[in-house]
Design a protein around this ligand. Structure first.
Ligand SMILES: [Fe+2]
Length: 451
């Protein structure tokens, strides 16, 4: 399949704005799109009869009374109740949900993993999901899970939705297609995709094998952070987010829909593809974002701000300023601060920090934190630059330096993260990670002026 080739039988809207074929620009806009002319009712949501014999249906991503409400009206070949029969419980043993505290697994500690590699089996979006950490409680809609996905096979006549969560997908290797009820999103490394709670989709491999990271958000949706004194521009700009145009298929083949609901997985057998939304309008939709369009802001004289300055998206909690999850990006940028220790400082944090390396080398850990790898610095556990980074930055000539060939991210949550059994026992944990601070020696000897 080439980059813009559609799945067989898929009909997609045309004539959209912007240069990105198949997408509409803007964050949280009230979009409208139709794959057949006149399929979208104008001036009302629920006409007595919809054009083409379509069924009108609303997907609500917030309570009806939330402000602002987030919902989308769909006009589809069959209502969703026809894509749902009796449910059978199934097991996806590697996909875990909070609260989850496996016996004998210690979450307290500084952890780092080498990249998780795919096994010999065909792995789909569902069977290839490997949960590393969970936090909070899905039943009260707070917290998150961090996963690695390993995908080598497309979902064939198989579909999925999560009632539990919004998924933030961070590809690290390979290219994936999310064929959703509301349209098609293709992603590759250095892009992200966000799939909202309740939206049905299948995942196809465009170029495999595919590996990446997923932040499963049990709580309020991701939004753009308030920029405060930064003002109206920079960081992630709204126009760089892309929602897909409507696309549907009218395909009558035996199919399976899997649903994640309160941490349990259930299957229902249906007789057709559920991707049958011909037109839609609303502000509850999947989207993608190119991380290379992120405009970083940082120190231009001395010191450096907290890493929250690099927040791409934030999922709020009930406490103002204290995120359920922050998605933070460390990309290439200029370092110019004078008389300053430039890498991240040593610290302890009430928030817990899971990092992943998408590409290149991270400045605080020049070795060992490799693309596809992860690290976890949990709630109130000290961490910071290793010996090599400390000595290098303490003695560097502080001219302007461009950090290049680097892209890492952080899923930071206000809740402690619990390791899964997979993370603690099966994944390639670096047993010697803690040793990276071993050789930091005591320099103090009471001599004034010693540096
Ligand atoms: Fe940190």
């Amino acid at each position: 399949m080439t980059k813009h080739e559609l799945p067989e039988g898929m009909v997609r809207a045309t004539g959209t704005t912007g240069t990105h074929e198949g997408y509409m620009p803007g964050f949280g806009n009230d979009f409208e799109t139709e794959a057949l002319p006149g399929a979208l009712p104008q001036g009302m949501n629920s006409p007595q009869k919809c054009n083409y014999g379509l069924y009108g249906e609303q997907l609500s991503g917030t309570a009806f009374t939330a402000h602002p409400p987030e919902r989308t009206w769909t006009y589809r070949i069959r209502p969703s109740v026809k894509h749902s029969t009796r449910y059978t419980r199934i097991e996806l043993p590697y996909w875990k949900t909070a609260p989850h505290t496996p016996e004998g697994v210690t979450s307290l500690g500084q952890y780092r993993w080498d990249p998780v590699e795919p096994t010999g089996d065909d792995l789909t979006w569902l069977s290839g999901m490997r949960t590393m950490t969970t936090a909070g409680d899905v039943n009260t809609q707070v917290g998150m899970a961090a996963h690695v996905y390993l995908v080598t096979a497309s979902m064939e006549d198989s579909y999925f939705y999560s009632a539990d969560s919004e998924l933030l997908v961070v590809p690290q290797q390979g290219r994936l297609r999310f064929a959703t009820e509301l349209g098609i999103i293709d992603v590759e490394p250095q892009e992200i995709a966000i799939i909202p709670r309740g939206l049905v989709y299948r995942v196809e491999v465009l170029e495999g094998p595919c590996r990446g990271f997923v932040c499963e958000n049990y709580g309020q949706k991701f939004e753009l952070p308030a920029r405060g004194p930064i003002g109206a521009n920079a960081l992630a700009n709204p126009r760089d987010f892309k929602a897909p145009v409507a696309a549907f298929e009218d395909r009558e083949v035996p199919s399976t829909l899997t649903i994640k609901w309160c941490g349990e997985f259930h299957e229902t057998k249906i007789a057709q593809s559920p991707l049958d939304v011909v037109a839609w309008h609303g502000n509850y939709a999947p989207y993608k974002y190119d991380l290379k369009t992120y405009c970083p802001v940082g120190a231009i004289l001395f010191d450096h701000p907290d890493p929250s300055i690099f927040t791409v998206l934030t999922a709020p909690s009930g406490v103002p300023g204290t995120a359920n999850i922050d998605f933070v990006l460390f990309r290439d940028r200029w370092m110019v601060a004078e008389d300053t220790f430039r890498p991240p400082w040593y610290h302890k944090n009430i928030m817990s920090e899971l990092m992943g390396n998408i590409h290149g080398q991270y400045d605080a850990k020049p070795q060992g934190f490799v693309p596809g790898g992860m690290s976890l610095h949990n709630m109130m556990l000290p961490h910071g630059p290793d010996k090599q980074a400390f000595e290098g930055a303490s003695n560097a000539n502080l001219g302007p330096v461009k950090l290049e060939n680097t892209m890492s991210f952080m899923f930071e949550t206000r809740f402690p993260q619990r390791l899964t059994e997979f993370a603690g026992r099966e994944a390639p944990l670096q047993d010697d990670y803690i040793d990276c601070w071993d050789s930091l020696e005591k320099k103090f000897d009471g001599t004034p002026g010693r540096k």
